[in-house]
Design a protein around this ligand. Sequence first.
Ligand SMILES: Cc1ncc(COP(=O)(O)O)c(C=O)c1O
Length: 385
Amino acid sequence: MFSETLIKKFEQIETPFYFYDVQLLQKTLETVKNASEKYNFSVHYALKANSNNRILELIQKNGFGADCVSGNEVLKALENGFSPSKIAFAGVGKTDKEIKIGLNSGIFSFNCESIPEIEVINQIAHKEGKLAKIAIRINPNVDSKTHKHITTGLSENKFGVNYEDLPELLKIIKPLKNIQLVGIHFHIGSQITNLSVFKDLCIRINEIQDIFVAQQTEIEHVNVGGGLGISYENPDEDATARFEEYFKIFADNLKLKPRQTVHFELGRSIIAQSGSLISKVLYVKKGNSKNFLILDAGMNDLIRPALYQAFHKIESLTSDKQDSVYDIVGPVCESSDVFVKDFKLPEAQRGDLVAIRSAGAYGEVMASAYNLKDFAKAYYSDILQ
Ligand SMILES: Cc1ncc(COP(=O)(O)O)c(C=O)c1O
């Protein structure tokens, strides 16, 4: 993945920094496009995964829509040329200010998560003289079999309306004049690698569609969210997620009503493998029972391991010595600032460079200034090469 020329360039740059492989991103976007267009599916890129301008520009140029979870993400999508008619706006707690941003931009739909939220959108839309297009986010109670912190589609999670409550909800929203119900929305979790879960979701969506038919309510679009997982273990061999298989599951199992369109909100699977966090070994510390590699990157740069016990493959860019076993940790004053324990890496010394792989999604966007550390900068393959 990293040529010698590139590593030489890395050696001139202050670490830690994020490096994005723009060519891989372009290839991934083309794969997603080809695999989804076959079925006429629309893909909205989930900005929450990575909202760097250069990344957004490339994704937008490839014709994707946007999936946003805050007013600022909606504004960012618009600034980067995404058409308002392709922007979905989700989120369990939209503020009045954010609702106004969505209304005044004329977005594709508000993905709404509760009756009180729909009532507030109706009131604000009335004041602004607008008609708000909404999709109801329904909690399908489908187990996504992923990490509990990124499971969203179980009835115990805070997201969406329980499908049992739909007839009541439809009764309440029918008289609301400034709301137009256009869609139903689902998102059951992230980093889903057991794809049969998506078949379970389709089956549940088909049952839910019957509730709408029984209520004589027509729905224009079905938004099935995101969640397709990637291989954190083999970022080179499996650089592209299983898009073909994924979209086929929906094409084979969703029973659509006439003229219904299908929408996806993919984040991680689009951008994760294109990003790496490049870091320098500060110290090799010999402990009683363990050896530690202390990096200059920490949980402030990439919080996923500390937050979700997520695994990121780490590779040495500058040592080809025999493997040694290390706990690879960051410099932050927290015991949880550990990237990986008991990990084999070529024997390292101060100054060696390492790449923390698959860090393009939920990496830089989640960075913080904790411990008053500087934010890692971003570099792009087409500019560096
Ligand atoms: C509502 C919604 N849509 C889409 C996504 C993107 O998910 P992923 O990055 O797993 O594709 C998320 C992320 O959790 C989300 O909350």
